[in-house]
Design a protein around this ligand. Structure first.
Ligand code: E4P
Length: 218
């Protein structure tokens, strides 16, 4: 399973990149706004840190606007993937961009039908927003299971990026069903590393080791 980091923060990306556990990055207009930097410059910096796919989202609403923006974004770096919203205009753009060789990530996906349509359009990636479904009281895990079943049933080329991940359990559930990718916020990645027994266990091992060394010196 691939891990992407869901952030536009350079420090967070660098830290996880140095640990060697991330395979790509997803951004969106809100995440870029949070950083407050010029977005194009920020995206270029992100692409310099990470070799894997970096998703950058269009803000235009018509097919033509999306295609023009996508072409400009794709010029920033070879690893740019263009995020396109799950609308009729967006789906038209996905079809045309994929034929042109520009990789797309269909975003703001909330249903199995939307997954099927994005897959049929030939999207390289599809991002179901499971956390927002959960926030809405819907069963986000069932939605993901059925989405994976649809992708596998027809051997669609699209890879599922589990998005809007809210907690470490979401990552486990995604891995259990063989989702291709999870895009994970920095805070959740940090939690995935930790378990109180690891810290306690390490403390005991080191104390016992010191005791042994002191005994041997006597
Ligand atoms: C995915 O690509 C989006 O950037 C992201 O996962 C949205 O998550 P949120 O619901 O936490 O905003």
């Amino acid at each position: 399973m691939k891990f992407f980091i869901d952030t536009a923060n350079l420090e967070q990306i660098k830290e996880m990149q140095e640990l060697g556990i991330i395979d790509g990055v997803t951004t969106n207009p809100s995440l870029l706004a949070k950083e407050g930097a010029e977005p194009i410059e920020q995206l270029v910096k992100i692409c310099q840190i990470v070799d894997g796919p970096v998703s950058a989202e269009v803000v235009g609403l018509t097919t033509d606007e999306m295609i023009n923006e996508a072409r400009d974004l794709a010029k920033l770096a070879p690893n740019i993937v263009v995020k396109i919203p799950m609308t009729k205009e967006g789906i038209k753009a996905v079809k045309l961009l994929e034929v042109e060789g520009i990789k797309t990530n269909v975003t703001l996906v909330f249903s199995q039908n939307q997954v099927l349509i994005a897959a049929k359009a030939g999207a390289s990636y599809i991002s179901p927003f499971i956390g927002r479904l959960m926030d809405n009281g819907q069963n986000e895990i069932d939605m993901l299971w059925e989405s994976m079943e649809i992708i596998r049933a027809y051997d669609f080329k699209s890879e599922i990026i589990v998005a809007s991940v809210r907690n470490a359990r979401h990552v486990i559930e995604s891995a259990k069903m063989g989702a291709h990718i999870a895009t994970i916020p920095f805070s959740v990645l940090e939690k995935m590393f930790k378990h109180p027994n690891t810290e306690k266990g390490l403390e005991v091992f080191l104390k016992d080791w010191e005791k042994l060394q002191a005994q041997l010196k006597k």
